[in-house]
Write a protein that binds this ligand. Structure first.
Ligand SMILES: Nc1ncnc2c1ncn2[C@@H]1O[C@H](COP(=O)(O)OP(=O)(O)OP(=O)(O)O)[C@@H](O)[C@H]1O
Length: 316
């Protein structure tokens, strides 16, 4: 468990983290989202004692990081994949870490195997690709078999196979009961990986909730309905208080108000054939862009445009 209480970090006149309070719990993947410069890395550095808070506190398993007797066995982190000695081999990099933390040598082989870089373990890390570097960084995080794992942008530089691997790894670590705290700018990836979200903007907490709640609360669900008797159905839905609009130029209707089941029942009662009845929710990206647009520090000309929607099961 990671617990931040009134966590604040000021760099000169810049308030990078502003009274953040949150808990990251075991057994789930918690996504940490926020625009560039929102304070995610600063927060993660404070969790690891690499930066000290200006005010407030952050505890790892109930204690400040500095007071953990075997830190690598309690929390493993991937913060900056390039932060390693390029002249050393992957094996030696991990061995040094293991030896200085009382971790047995065989664990080095285990984590090399887990992240799939055994074949290049004796090569100098200076020649590693970004993806191999990420895997080695993850191997370092896993070395102490810690109950808490923190990953800052872990899918950076990974190919689709690598991204899928990281997704499954994070889910598996959480399913083992570990605390998994991960930041990413890849919303589509976060949407299928994280169960819980902590969203910050300009150092302040914007949301701390489940993925499902975050999307459902902050977007209006609607149903796409396709029927050869669309006009008749539209009249019936409107009479019941629903709102009907064309769904783009697809010929389908976009119905807001009644649940899909109620629309289906209404159609059946009146002998209206349905060719499609699809519940739709906003994507995480769409909701995120809307909620964080006021706290974006660096903005390009097209940011926030062209929202997309996704088809999700009605249970989503
Ligand atoms: N050592 C530092 N000295 C001065 N300002 C800093 C320092 N570290 C971070 N900042 C500032 O604090 C703010 C938060 O930065 P931080 O790197 O934590 O954001 P972030 O959410 O991780 O951003 P990104 O998504 O771009 O990695 C930014 O405005 C940044 O410029």
């Amino acid at each position: 468990m990671i617990e931040a209480q009134g966590l604040t970090k000021r760099y000169g006149s810049k308030l990078a983290v502003d009274q953040l309070s949150f808990q990251v719990r075991p057994g789930t993947v918690t996504g940490f989202l926020g625009p560039n410069g929102a304070g995610k890395s600063t927060t993660m550095r404070m969790v690891l004692g690499l930066d000290s808070p200006t005010a407030g506190s952050v505890l790892v398993n109930g204690r400040p990081y500095q007071y953990l007797s075997a830190p690598l066995r309690e929390v493993g982190a991937l913060l900056d994949a390039k932060a390693m000695h390029g002249g050393r081999s992957a094996f030696n990099h991990l061995l040094c870490l293991a030896q200085s933390n009382g971790i047995p040598r065989r664990r080095v082989d285990e984590v090399l195997d887990m992240v799939g870089i055994t074949a290049v373990a004796k090569k100098r890390t200076g020649g590693f690709s970004l993806g191999m570097g990420q895997r080695l960084g993850i191997a370092s995080a896993l070395l102490g078999d810690p109950g808490i794992l923190m990953f800052d942008e872990p899918v950076n530089g990974l190919d689709p196979e690598g991204i899928l691997w990281i997704r499954n790894l994070m889910k598996a670590l959480a399913a083992e009961g570990r605390t998994v705290f991960v930041s990413s700018h890849l919303m589509s990836e976060m949407e299928v990986t994280a169960d819980h979200l902590i969203v910050i903007g300009q150092g302040r907490l914007i949301a701390d909730t489940t993925m499902r709640d975050f999307i459902e609360r902050n977007s209006q669900a609607y149903t796409v309905v396709r029927s050869p008797q669309a006009e008749q159905l539209a009249g019936l839905v409107t009479a019941k208080g629903g709102t009907v609009a064309p769904d783009g130029d697809s010929g389908a209707l976009r119905v807001t108000g009644p649940e899909p089941a109620a629309i289906g029942d209404l159609a059946a009662e009146h002998g209206i054939a349905l060719h499609e009845l699809s519940p739709r929710f906003a994507t995480l990206e769409e909701v995120y862009m809307r909620l964080t647009q006021d706290s974006v520090e660096y903005r390009s000309g097209t940011a926030g445009q062209a929202p997309h929607t996704s088809t999700r099961g009605s249970e989503a």
